[in-house]
Design a protein around this ligand. Structure first.
Ligand SMILES: C[S@@+](CC[C@H](N)C(=O)[O-])C[C@H]1O[C@@H](n2cnc3c(N)ncnc32)[C@H](O)[C@@H]1O
Length: 302
């Protein structure tokens, strides 16, 4: 079954139910994707956004990490598999999920890409890989299951673990808990934090980023949306075996005034606050004008 096989009204019904389920924030007591129509609806209205968020998160891994394989836990229809393909090229990918219809649909969409699709439930053995991704899955689990999933990801990864969640306060808190667990396992936080300290936003703000997603006509129809794009807000942590040197990160949209750019920065000392870059600073000012939410700052350590 692909998009054209399902009546738009059935897809729309499924989209509306899924939106309600995901917004409820309650841990799922049974799989939220119940059948092929749900899997198709998910692929049509959510997968472009989760793909964009995972791509943006993977792009923050250090240059040169070059994972030679990926295991994607709770991979559904394969958003992270495609993201890894976009960022790292043709590496062997295994997508694990509990919903056979999601895997079947993902396999059909990715025909010829060579991804491996495997039915799997949390707690079952995980094939090891250089990179393990977990995207928008913690949100469906209770706290104990979240801890188990992070432990499985941590144990299965040789070089890096990347976790992505919705960019909401609860999504951020799940990422913070996962970050603590990964650090306790000896991982280094490569992004977004430029440090291994307590998050400087805790208690007053939440760390999140945005990825631009172009909406297809079907996507717009399913979401009753008129804009040709949406900004997917996401929180994430990327952890590596080796420490990574990042001086700081831009954690909000920069603000521009004549001759002055204000960057809200997360800094290596764990603090979060504004940095003003004025025209008098020449090349740094030019770089600040080009800086975007989520970028490292300064852009190069020299
Ligand atoms: C919101 S979807 C995310 C899918 C995909 N990772 C993405 O980013 O588009 C959550 C996925 O996690 C899977 N999942 C949730 N709990 C699971 C469990 N206990 N074992 C295996 N998969 C699970 C669901 O079946 C679903 O495909």
């Amino acid at each position: 079954m692909v998009l054209q096989d399902v009546a738009p009204a059935r897809l729309a019904d499924s989209v509306h139910r899924l939106i309600g389920d995901y917004r409820s924030g309650a841990p799922a007591t049974e799989p939220l994707l119940r059948n092929m129509v749900d899997a198709t609806a998910y692929a049509a209205y959510r997968m472009p956004a989760t793909h964009a968020a995972v791509t943006a998160a993977l792009e923050q891994l250090p240059e040169g990490l070059a994972p030679a394989s990926l295991t994607d836990l709770g991979g559904g229809t394969g958003a992270a598999a495609w993201a890894a393909r976009d960022v790292f090229g043709r590496i062997p990918v295994t997508v694990l999920d509990q919903v056979p219809e999601a895997l079947k649909l993902g396999e059909r969409i990715a025909k010829g890409e060579g991804f491996a699709w495997q039915e799997w439930r949390l707690g079952e053995p995980v094939p090891g890989a250089d990179l393990v991704t977990v995207s928008y899955v913690l949100t469906e689990l209770d706290e104990d299951a979240q801890a188990d999933l992070v432990a499985q990801a941590s144990a299965a990864a040789a070089k890096a673990v990347v976790l992505v969640e919705p960019g909401t306060p609860p999504g951020y808190r799940r990422i913070l808990a996962a970050r603590d667990r990964l650090m306790a396992d000896g991982w280094h936080v490569a992004a977004p934090c430029p440090h291994q300290l307590t998050c400087g936003m805790q208690g007053r703000d939440w760390c999140h980023f945005a990825a631009r997603v172009n909406r297809s006509a079907l996507h717009r129809r399913l979401k009753d949306a008129s804009l040709g794009y949406e900004d997917e807000k996401y929180s994430f942590v990327a952890a590596t075996r080796e420490p990574v040197d990042v001086p700081g990160r831009v954690v909000r949209h920069p603000a521009f005034r004549k001759g002055l750019v204000t960057l809200q920065l997360c800094r290596a000392d764990g603090t979060v606050g504004p940095a003003l870059v004025s025209k008098r600073e020449g090349p740094l000012y030019k770089a600040a004008r080009d800086a975007e939410w989520g970028d490292r700052w300064p852009p190069h350590s020299d």
